[in-house]
Design a protein around this ligand. Structure first.
Ligand code: MN
Ligand code: MN
Length: 456
């Protein structure tokens, strides 16, 4: 199979590289689901999308977004055909593995102040220690104020870290299995070490000093952590990888890489035949639960609202709009890694530089938890890709019984629409820093555009 880089030889290589610059900027600024959604809205507004609340009726060509609690976003471009004939939907998730602060996170231990965490999503805990981390999120106060926190990204910002045990004293630790080397409860981040000058404070003097800083710089009190969503994420920007700058290393490729490429695809739609939709959802990494995850009624409710705005509302139109829709559940695939070839079955493995990846099925232990797209639909997807000269590959997640994983595909399929998993191959998935190929990022974006434009 040809390499995508060969297709974009010479002059054409610039468009691949330029597209990656936009992605790197978005990824570096979008370290949480909230940041990913709010940054997506800003980009969409620049391209003429407006909040659905600004519309009293809808017509073909209208572009709008629906913001669900700043953590889940749906964007639409109304098509020429009635929406009950079905939509072409791209769906990706914007939450990524990280360490969430507990509700009572702050404590002092022998002159050090730490933040207690509860990890979010599937992580190899030993990957998250001894490196610079940032703190992102919101603190919601009783008076309704929302304090946005972002510490550790600017060059002169302080960072935080989860310490690791020195090798010199690791005799016992090194005998443990990988799952046990670092315990979840031991993921506590170092946050301060100067005692307060206040002579009235007799104990927890360092904690008092940290609380004073939080009060003066952010106007928050210790109790405000109860109603906060604060996430510890790797500090720093996404950057080029490889002497040829062919790859991007960054935090949260899974799945902001598909979110960004899907977003860029829908932003270019002008009055498509079928209504275009791009869903950016939260909570995929913990089972798509909650009112901002894919299992929420948010999407169905939104479709009902849109149909009401089209006039002549009937519930059957909602049902039909969903069942006649076609979807790409866009999520990352495991890229072949020469350091770990044993986990793959080479005929059905995704590679860097081979284009957008389609997974007919995902799942584990005999496809359990997968969507398993219908062959008829896979054939239609192939045709759209070939007609638009989009390079694609098909793959599954490793050898049979080596492990596995799931996506939002099966949740959309429950609404009676055709769905297939599609995405971009990534190395080091769920590590602090993940890697992807710029060629695949560009080709996925082209694939998503082709799907929105031509899928019937
Ligand atoms: Mn994912
Ligand atoms: Mn994941």
């Amino acid at each position: 199979m040809k390499n995508v880089w060969e297709k974009y030889a010479g002059e054409k290589r610039k468009q691949v590289m330029d597209f990656a610059e936009g992605y790197k900027d978005y990824l570096s600024r979008s370290k949480t689901e909230r940041e990913a959604v709010l940054n997506a809205i800003e980009i969409a507004k620049d391209k003429g999308f407006r909040d659905i609340g600004e519309f009293s009726s809808l017509k073909p060509g209208d572009k709008f977004y629906v913001n669900n609690r700043d953590k889940n976003l749906a964007l639409f471009v109304m098509g020429e055909e009635a929406i009950d004939k079905g939509m072409n939907i791209l769906g990706a998730h914007v939450d990524s593995p990280r360490l969430d602060l507990k509700q009572h996170p702050l404590y002092e231990d022998n002159g050090l102040v730490l933040l207690d965490t509860h990890y979010y999503g599937g992580v190899k805990k030993y990957q998250w220690v001894a490196q610079p981390m940032a703190l992102h999120g919101v603190v919601c106060k009783k008076d309704g104020a929302k304090v946005v926190i972002n510490i550790g990204e600017k060059e002169d910002d302080p960072v935080i870290e989860i310490s690791d045990l020195l090798i010199h004293l690791s005799a016992d630790q090194m005998k443990k299995t990988g799952a046990e080397v670092v315990a979840g409860e031991d993921l506590n981040a170092l946050f301060g070490s100067i005692p307060t000058d206040d002579e009235k404070t007799e104990s927890d003097k360092v904690k008092k000093n940290i609380l004073d800083i939080l009060k003066s710089e952010y106007d928050i009190e210790e109790d405000d952590f109860i109603s906060a969503e604060l996430e510890i994420v790797p500090a720093g920007k996404a950057r080029d990888l490889g002497l040829d700058r062919s790859m991007v290393m960054g935090y949260g490729h899974d799945d902001r890489i598909c979110a960004y490429t899907s977003l860029m695809a829908i932003l270019e739609m002008e009055k498509p035949a079928r209504t275009s939709c791009c869903l950016l959802v939260d909570k995929e990494e913990i089972g798509s639960a909650g009112n901002t995850g894919m299992t929420s009624r948010f999407f169905e409710n939104t479709v009902a609202e849109i149909i009401a705005l089209c006039g002549d509302y009937h519930d059957l139109k909602v049902r039909r709009a969903l069942k006649n829709s076609k979807m790409l559940s866009s999520d990352v695939s495991a890229a072949f890694d020469p350091n770990y070839p044993a986990v793959n079955e080479m005929k059905n493995t995704a590679f860097f530089g081979k284009g957008i990846v389609f997974n007919k099925y995902t799942g584990a232990r005999g496809k359990s938890g997968s969507n398993d797209a219908n062959a008829e639909y896979v054939a239609k997807v192939r045709k759209v890709m070939d007609d638009n000269e989009v390079m694609f590959q098909t793959a599954e997640l490793g050898k049979v019984d080596q492990g596995g994983g799931g996506t939002i595909a099966c949740i959309l399929a429950e609404l009676d629409m055709d769905v297939i998993d599609a995405g971009i191959a990534v190395q080091n998935m769920h590590a602090c820093w993940e890697t992807a190929s710029k060629a695949d990022i560009y080709e996925a974006y082209r694939g998503y555009k082709a799907f929105l434009k031509d899928m019937k």
